[in-house]
Ligand binder design. Sequence first.
Ligand code: CMP
Length: 133
Amino acid sequence: MTEKTLVLIKPDAVERNLIGNILIEYERNGLKILDMKLIKASIEVAEKHYAEHKEKPFFSRLVSYLTRSPLVVLILEGENAISRVRSLNGTTDPGKSPDNTIRALYGLSLSENTVHASDSQESADRERAIWFG
Ligand code: CMP
């Protein structure tokens, strides 16, 4: 099934000039970039995006990180894009992520883990509305 998913190339990656390296991983795996923008996220948008983590002890750190410098917001389209992009990204903790996943290659830590991707169709719809209106 052709799906669309939302990806963030997070501030730690943009700061280290990794946008191109990360886009190559998606494009060479057949995912199409449908929309893309470089923006500095507002606190309001970051809090909405991570609403499910509101009660977590790391929530304020997460919002500070996401808003500290620009990030890239992408819509990717492809066959089973939601699960395929999650596989390309790897696991939340870069130290435990399989070899050659984006987080294993570039992630710094459990919080500064370089990329985000929607985890379901419902999240993809919700996150697209937050970032693209
Ligand atoms: P992401 O896939 O964007 O979804 C939630 C984010 O919260 C996750 O990537 C990490 O950036 C961050 N995160 C998850 N668990 C922790 C944790 N234990 N400590 C700090 N940050 C975390």
